[in-house]
Design a protein around this ligand. Structure first.
Ligand code: BG6
Length: 465
């Protein structure tokens, strides 16, 4: 059989495959983003065959698809699915996989490693002995290693097997519609472009609050915490996009370079400044979550106050916060402008990333009527409000898989970005530990511990709600 694109998913019975990858592939099939003659090989250890796996997959696709599910569509899509049972750590099984692949004439391979990082190397070894990785592309999921050292080792091991141009490191936040929109809003509107600096911007806030707790991922999360789970990757990506200089050309190399320059200019924290740089919290009840240690001090909330030491941003703090069980799901970036007069409210531009996708602008007007009072007012543009079930934007994984098929690399994290952000976060954690700073408890439903309010108040700021 002639197969144009063969997508192999390792970890085919895991949460990520069921919730994100299969629904994304189904939608890509419906919207014709999957190349003609594609096949999706699901690798798992459990005892399924292609038919029984298709039945299982159908339930998940029906539940999580962005576009309407129909039995007919799914049945056509499911013809692309094949289940291949194997043990990831058994090198002989890769021989079988090779034999399976060699039955067909495959033009290009994509290997998606939707598994815990400890399996990356064994899979890389296996693919090497099988078909020299078939010159395919390899998609790696975060967390990319548990710490800097592990990430470095992993990177070396992967690069031993695959060329740098073969490796696609996914950060699904880069696939979100409004994250991609930050540059458009900033660079195509002179009203923003020309004031995008510390002379006009008092502070920048990146806020990622989640309603959910750690759910079934207590084991992973307890060894990770909010800093490594969200800040080191997703939120540092956003920070570097918001703060970067305009690239001469918007291609992946230059974008990447500009983002990197931002991360390199992050002011290192010191023993003296750590208290004003980092605040951590843990939601009440976290220690009773399954697989979480009963005396855990892992943070489920992190707040940061960072400075970028370059000409554009000198003196403007960048605040980041993220937390679980905060009673809301809200991911946004707010640009708080300097006030024209001390007695008026600041202008605020908020780019809403999710669940609402849109742009909010707060500015001042005169109160209507016989008064000179100045009051803040707002313009609130919601991109996905009325069309949520019709024209809803592609889900991040659809974009990223499509980008990978097309070889478009600017949608993926680069190793040097990962390395710098790991380094930065590890230093913060180390200083925090050395200073013996507390992890504050917070009640579920709160936007972090009350101390996180004081953390900003000390600097004359407040979280934008
Ligand atoms: C993942 C984190 O990378 O991102 C999760 O591991 C977090 O803990 C998730 O919940 C948030 O993603 P999204 O797309 O729901 O904002």
């Amino acid at each position: 059989m002639k197969i144009h694109t063969n997508i192999t998913i390792f970890g085919g019975t895991g949460d990520l495959t069921f919730r994100k990858l299969l629904p994304a592939l189904y939608t890509m099939y419906l919207t014709k983003k999957l190349p003609k003659d594609s096949r999706i090989v699901i690798i798992g250890r459990r005892d399924y065959d292609s038919d029984s796996y298709r039945l299982l997959a159908e339930e998940w696709v029906e539940k999580f698809t962005r576009l309407p599910y129909t039995k007919e569509d799914f049945s056509k899509f499911s013809e692309l699915l094949a289940y291949f049972r194997m043990d990831l750590s058994n090198q002989q099984d890769y021989q079988r996989l090779n034999e399976y692949f060699s039955q067909d004439d495959i033009t290009s391979h994509i290997f998606y490693l939707a598994v815990a990082p400890r399996f990356f190397t064994v899979i890389a070894d296996g693919l090497e002995t099988v078909c020299g990785a078939c010159h395919g592309k390899v998609i790696i999921e975060k967390p990319f290693g548990e710490n800097l050292e592990a990430a470095e080792k992993l990177n070396q091991q992967l690069e031993r097997h695959f060329g740098p141009e073969q490796i696609y490191r996914i950060d699904h936040y880069l696939g979100k519609e409004m994250v991609r929109n930050i540059q458009a809003i900033r660079f195509t509107n002179p009203i923003f472009t020309d004031v995008w600096n510390s002379r006009y911007i008092e502070s920048v806030q990146i806020s990622a609050l989640e309603d959910v707790g750690v759910e079934t991922r207590g084991g992973y999360y307890d060894a990770s915490g909010a800093l490594k789970d969200m800040v080191q990757n997703h939120l540092f990506q956003i920070l570097s996009i918001v703060a970067m200089e305009r690239p001469e050309v918007f291609n992946s190399t230059q974008m990447h370079q500009e983002q990197l320059n931002v991360l390199r200019s992050l002011r290192p924290a010191s023993e003296a400044s750590i208290e004003d740089t980092l605040i951590l919290g843990q939601y009440e009840g976290y220690r009773e979550e399954p697989l979480v240690s009963p005396d855990s001090s892992t943070e489920t909330f992190a707040g940061l106050r960072l400075f970028i030491d370059n000409e554009r941003w000198s003196g403007t703090p960048f605040y980041i916060r993220t937390g679980k069980k905060t009673g809301t799901r809200q991911m946004e970036v707010s640009i708080v402008f300097r006030r024209s007069m001390p007695e008026v409210e600041p202008d605020i531009l908020t780019i809403k990333i999710q669940p609402t996708e849109g742009v909010y602008l707060q500015f001042n007007i005169k109160r209507p009527g016989d008064t000179e009072e100045i009051i803040p007012t707002k313009m609130d543009f919601c991109q996905n409000c009325n069309i949520i079930h019709q024209l809803n934007t592609p889900e991040a994984y659809e974009r990223l898989l499509t980008a990978c098929i097309a070889g478009e690399r600017s949608w993926f994290s680069q190793w040097d970005q990962i390395e710098i952000s790991w380094n930065y976060i590890e230093q913060l954690k180390q200083l925090f530990k050395e200073k013996n700073l507390p992890v504050y408890p917070y009640a579920q439903g709160m936007h972090g511990p009350k101390e996180s309010e004081e953390f900003l108040e000390k600097a004359g700021h407040r979280w934008i709600e």
